[in-house]
Design a protein around this ligand. Sequence first.
Ligand code: TTP
Ligand code: MG
Length: 364
Amino acid sequence: MPEDEDQRIIFHIDMDSFYASVEVRERPELTGKPVVIGADPKEGHGRGVVSTCSYEARAFGIRSAMPISNAYRKCPECVFLPVNMPLYSKVSENVMEILRQHSEKFRQVSIDEAYLDMSHLEDYKTAEIVGYRIKEQIKEEEKITCSVGIGPSMVIAKISSDYNKPDGLTIVKPEDVMNFLAPMPAGKIPGIGRKSAAKLEKNGIITIADLRKCDVQSLISAFGRHGEAMYWMARGTDNREVREREGRKSIGRQTTYEEDVTDTAVIMESINRICRDIHRRMSKQGYRCRTITVKIRYSGFIDRTRSKSLSRHTENLSEIMNTAEKIFEELYENKPVRSFGVTISGFENRDSHQTGLNEFLSVK
Ligand code: TTP
Ligand code: MG
């Protein structure tokens, strides 16, 4: 474990009722209504389950993974909508790009949640300000809310983002970790599912404070390898580092202008800056890319996206920049631009590449 373990500041960000929030954003007339996303309820005879539901629907006892027929029985007046995965994936990508701007140490863990190592902020006061800024940015750009947890390790950040949902922000400083965890049900610890929680309960272990009374050996004999992690997590200790998964599919960045922009020179400047940034991040991973995508968001949240695939992979910054400029010129409709982004994808490892004939000829 690094010596300055306690000094880390980790954020966990999780969107609130994600699929449902995106649907409500698309249909503002549903704001404040109980909305259920999942299988067709067929007036109570439908098969399949609830993917998620708005907080208003949760008040009726509806939950993720519940049979849709049950949900219908609990609240026939709910608005039932089918899952629109391409839409949620797009929103997720946009949110993740926003989060990535805040730290190089980033890890997406599901469609709607990610960790950031924000230790560079150095203190929790600044972390709080930045936490609220991230919430604002997501609300402003994607019109959905999220909950943020901030603490000295991934486990604390994760538990605290869930502590005050929806639209919450919870900070647990290192000195408060033990008290924060003590009264919580043991099942709050990641990896303690319903079965493990039941097994603990049989032995009189209900809260995390109870769990702390168990010695590490007995936890290992009862739960195997995970027993040791449980022992440490009950004390808020979790030395996992926030790292991006290998083999990511794209690297992108977008910029939102303070005021809508009509001057193409300003956008060309953004292309330059964004391409330098994503190129640097790609090189760090040891990748070359093949596809360049440009996204223009006009005022009024109208998005236009276009991609170009090169005839071969490249790690050349000017080639990426020129392609992005060309796409922009083709795509731009002379209207005020609210935000602008470039993404590169179609990666291969620099090392696995064999010199192509074109490249060979161009190296003089
Ligand atoms: P979650 O973050 O677990 O749930 P949520 O965002 O809907 O609500 P919360 O405010 O409590 O965070 O999951 C993210 C999305 O994943 C969710 O919107 C829908 C999908 N999902 C399923 O499809 N099935 C499931 O059982 C769960 C838990 C989630
Ligand atoms: Mg969520």
